[in-house]
Design a protein around this ligand. Structure first.
Ligand SMILES: Cc1cc2nc3c(=O)[nH]c(=O)nc-3n(C[C@H](O)[C@H](O)[C@H](O)COP(=O)(O)O)c2cc1C
Length: 421
């Protein structure tokens, strides 16, 4: 039974001074060569200033520059300028920092990649406003190269002085696609039963461990479910938690959903910790029930819960009932970077203003609104809660189109070993 201000020591030995962590949020602030920038340094200096020494998980760094989640993600391949990443780390001095590593698989927008890759091709393109192209299936050798690329990226992060990495296996990106029987129809060792479907994740975690030293924190972000008929279920997820315990991971962050079923933002019917104290009339702690369910299976691995957590009362209830070790905050910290320090000083927290946008802009619009706030902090400005939603949404499409298509040839020239097969 922990309180918000109780320290937490991860199995790796990393000591967190309290129970609030910044959840990963894509920054889209790399330069045209997908290298870390002074804007990222400013952003992390700002987040560290309000974090009271708490854990900062970066937005996703990509392991293969041909397949990005956003056109200006940092890419942690062999071209990464480790010294520049080290400067971002130093800017966040006082807070532990772990970098999220990702491969988007079929969830890479068509501006960035006209032919995405996926475990198999049958499920087709991600259905979202025509923004995604039809993927092709990865070969066995390509899957192996991607697994190795996770390990090599983790080693570069360690060289840059980061405290650990988080392997992204949630939200419908490549490793989550492997886990999902809806997307993964392979019949080889990377598909089939859960042992096969989880192989890409387990092997990636092993590659990360093998490439990094003792005391380096290894985390995984995992969906409770992908909220799709025929997809990855809570039963599957509980089994994967057990596998990750066997692999000796230090921290599992729980989330849920995909671009097509955005439970991560609470946009799926029936979600929500209605029984979480303080939740009131709003949906708070979307995946609290799953965290409670897997607590025992997780053993001594720390559980971070992210998604819709807003009030101090709910945070305290989640920690007190023993199901959750760490509270993850995403969107609130994009508009209130000092919130963590405030909550620790006794502020009550509050629901975010209800976000409204014409449904045609949907999830991309919501993400982009917050991403625009993040970009403001990268310029040394404070967030602007009055920002018009529609201008943020249109910025997404025009920005990704110009930068995504514009950078294709440049990225292709620098293709990593993960792509040569
Ligand atoms: C702008 C933005 C970018 C995000 N990028 C990532 C990401 O790179 N990796 C990730 O795992 N989750 C990402 N997320 C999801 C958050 O980590 C989190 O799961 C989600 O926002 C729900 O938590 P919240 O209700 O506290 O915002 C992003 C969310 C937002 C708003």
């Amino acid at each position: 039974m922990a309180t918000l201000d109780a320290p937490l020591t991860l199995p790796s030995g990393l000591v967190l001074p309290h129970r609030i962590a910044k959840a990963p949020m894509t920054e889209n602030l790399a330069d045209a060569d997908n290298q870390p920038t002074p804007a990222l340094e400013r952003l992390y200096r700002r987040w560290a200033a309000g974090a009271a020494g708490g854990l900062l998980v970066t937005g996703n760094l990509m392991v293969d520059r041909r397949f990005l989640e956003r056109s200006r993600n940092v890419v942690a391949d062999e071209h990464l300028d480790v010294a520049r990443l080290a400067r971002v780390r130093e800017a966040a001095a006082g807070s532990p920092v772990i970098a999220q590593l990702n491969h988007p698989g079929r969830q890479t927008n068509r501006f960035v990649a006209s032919r995405p890759v996926a475990p198999s091709a049958e499920a087709g393109a991600v259905k979202m406003m025509g923004l995604f192209a039809k993927p092709r299936a990865l070969t066995d050798a390509e899957v192996e190269a991607i697994v190795a690329a996770f390990g090599a990226a983790a080693r570069r992060c360690e060289e840059a002085g980061l405290d650990g990495v988080q392997v992204h296996a949630a939200h419908g990106y490549l490793l989550a696609q492997f886990l999902s029987p809806y997307v993964n129809r392979r019949t080889d060792r990377w598909g089939g039963d859960l042992a096969g479907r989880s192989r890409a994740l387990v092997e990636s975690v092993r590659a990360v461990r093998a490439a990094t030293g003792d005391g380096f924190t290894v985390s995984v972000k995992l969906n409770s479910s992908d909220f799709r008929h025929g997809g990855f279920t809570e039963d599957d997820a509980e089994q994967v938690v057990r596998l990750l315990v066997e692999e000796g991971v230090d921290l599992i962050e729980i989330s849920g959903g995909t671009y097509e079923n955005p439970a991560l933002f609470g946009e799926v019917e029936g979600l929500g910790g209605d029984d979480v104290a303080g939740a009131g009339s709003h949906k708070e702690a979307y995946f609290a029930g799953f965290a409670r369910r897997v607590r025992e299976s997780a053993g001594s691995v720390a559980l971070m819960l992210t998604g819709g957590i807003r009030t101090r009362e709910a945070m305290e209830a989640l920690l007190a009932d023993g199901g959750v070790d760490l509270i993850g905050l995403g969107r609130p910290l994009a508009i209130e970077p000092d919130l963590t320090a405030g909550l620790l000083a006794g502020e009550t927290g509050r629901p975010l203003p209800r976000y409204t946008l014409p449904t045609v802009a949907g999830l991309a619009g919501e993400s982009e609104w917050y991403e625009t706030q993040i970009a403001r902090m990268g310029r040394g400005l404070e967030p602007d809660p009055g920002l018009r939603a529609i201008s943020a949404a249109s910025r997404f499409v025009s920005g990704e189109a110009v930068r995504g298509i514009g950078g294709r040839r440049r990225r292709a020239r620098l293709v990593t070993s993960a792509g040569r097969s």
